[in-house]
Write a protein that binds this ligand. Structure first.
Ligand code: ATP
Length: 248
């Protein structure tokens, strides 16, 4: 990789490099690159920083994960290429399982993603040979692990399409989504949406989990109670304000 460190868009260019490399390795699909581009556009509008509503969502997400009895972190090609170590660390701190779940699924790609996570330190990765199905979902994302997403009470996902979020919520699960687009169906349907870039949000979530561990159940319940649509409105207001400020 030959991107100079002092390049003003160093971080963004590095992300692209990681995804392009993931594509060459058969982890990321071309459609994933397009999804990343949509995310980048929203990040530009947000200001490429974690704003206050996202911090509030991160706190509620951490409390929700600590209250969960069977949390699962859903991993796709983009997140595996961008931040495998962070995903593994999150799973450890949240005592959650890791499961591969893909829209453009092939056994080979699922196996490769599981391998990336194992190299990053994961002991167990579910979803390579899924044996259960999410009801009312026709995409390949319906294929899940019985011990993982199927029986989870809380699922954390990032860079996701709206259909599965909806189906998981319909199954009665709490869904924590990381999605830069506050207008997406995922953002609107999830129980808690963290409108932030996934590699910025995960370290903050890990930090918050460590901070909140040891808090009483009633305190965690207080922190976990969250009005997602009010928070999305606050995100949209932030973007609107920012655009007004930037007006030439
Ligand atoms: P929906 O079906 O929920 O309306 P969509 O059709 O936009 O969503 P995808 O095309 O799968 O679904 O897009 C994935 C989402 O992930 C997009 O909303 C995009 O903004 C977001 N996204 C992409 N890259 C990142 C990233 N690095 N961090 C956080 N979110 C991201």
């Amino acid at each position: 990789m030959s991107i100079p460190r002092d390049h003003p868009r160093y971080h963004s260019l590095m992300q692209r490099e990681k995804l392009a490399h993931g594509y060459e390795q058969g982890i990321v699909v071309l459609e994933g690159l397009i999804a990343h581009g949509r995310g980048e556009a929203f990040d530009y509008l947000i200001g490429e920083t974690t704003v206050e509503p996202a911090r509030r969502a991160i706190r509620a997400a951490a409390a929700t994960l600590l209250l969960a009895s069977s949390p699962v972190i859903s991993v796709n090609g983009n997140t595996a290429a961008l931040c495998p170590e962070q995903l593994v660390q999150l799973a450890r701190v949240a005592r959650a399982k890791l499961e591969v779940n893909l829209f453009y699924r092939s056994s080979e790609r699922a196996r490769r993603i599981a391998e990336v996570l194992r190299r990053a330190g994961a002991e167990e990765v579910l979803g390579v040979e899924p044996e259960a199905e999410i009801p009312n979902l026709s995409s390949q994302r319906r294929l899940v692990s019985e011990r993982g997403i199927y029986s989870a009470d809380t699922v954390l996902l990032a860079i996701e399409d709206g259909d599965r979020t909806e189906a998981l919520v319909e199954m009665g699960k709490k869904v924590i989504a990381i999605d830069l687009n506050p207008l997406s169906r995922t953002a609107r349907r999830a129980s808690i949406t963290i409108v932030d870039e996934v590699t910025r949000a995960l370290p903050l979530l890990i930090q918050e989990l460590k901070k909140l561990r040891g808090q009483s159940r009633s305190r965690l319940e207080e922190l976990a109670s969250f009005d997602n649509s009010a928070n999305l409105k606050a995100m949209l207001r932030h973007i609107t304000r920012r655009l007004a400020e930037l007006e030439p």
